[in-house]
Write a new protein. Structure first.
Length: 197
């Protein structure tokens, strides 16, 4: 499909979604660690039109895409506005559409541990875990809260100890991935006035 990333059946592709308002070194760090530790063929950054859990809308999509492409320069990573193209707002709907468009491609949802803490507030969050394996990447100050989260407790029996081959596992499966921590955060960058909007 025109404007959609290319993928072949049998590939394992990580999906890192978010508003990327703005994209920063922390996103780059967890992406590179995910590729290395999970053995992914590619990672797609899904720059979302907006986050239903945030009251304030993000910077314009074109600005966020340009910044993301500026900070993430890696041939194995595609920065995309797929959700805007698909017309989806909820992650569960995006994943469902990607499965239909890319038969035979295995997707892994990548998120920071800070997102796991409130993952149970996402639309049909249990369905997301039923559709794709999830890699939870360590983030500063979020490890304990993530491990005690509603989602972690609800899916305790589906946690795997090692991230290698997570994309080959049948969902539900999730893994907490320990890695060197990077403290960069979009909200801190915005608070410091270092992000033009």
């Amino acid at each position: 499909m025109l404007g959609f990333p290319k993928a072949q059946s049998g590939m394992v592709i990580g999906l890192l979604g978010g508003s990327f308002d703005p994209a920063h070194d922390g996103h780059v760090h967890i992406t590179r660690e995910a590729i290395k530790r999970l053995g992914l063929d590619r990672v797609w950054w899904l720059v979302s039109p907006g986050n239903p859990l945030k009251a304030r809308g993000p910077a314009p999509m074109a600005l966020r895409l340009a910044r993301a492409r500026e900070v993430m320069q890696d041939p194995g990573v595609v920065v995309t506005d797929l959700e805007a193209r698909l017309g989806t707002r909820a992650t569960v709907d995006t994943i469902r559409r990607l499965h239909a468009i890319y038969p035979g491609v295995r997707f892994v949802w990548i998120m920071g541990a800070d997102n796991l803490v409130q993952f149970h507030r996402w639309s049909r969050w249990r369905d997301i875990l039923a559709m794709v394996p999830v890699a939870v990447m360590a983030r500063p100050g979020a490890g304990l809260a993530a491990r005690l989260s509603v989602t972690a407790r609800a899916f305790r029996g589906h946690e795997v100890a090692r991230p290698e081959g997570l994309g080959e596992r049948r969902a539900p499966a999730w893994c907490f991935v320990n890695l060197p921590l990077n403290s960069a955060s979009s909200s801190a960058i915005r608070a410091q006035g270092k992000w033009r909007r």
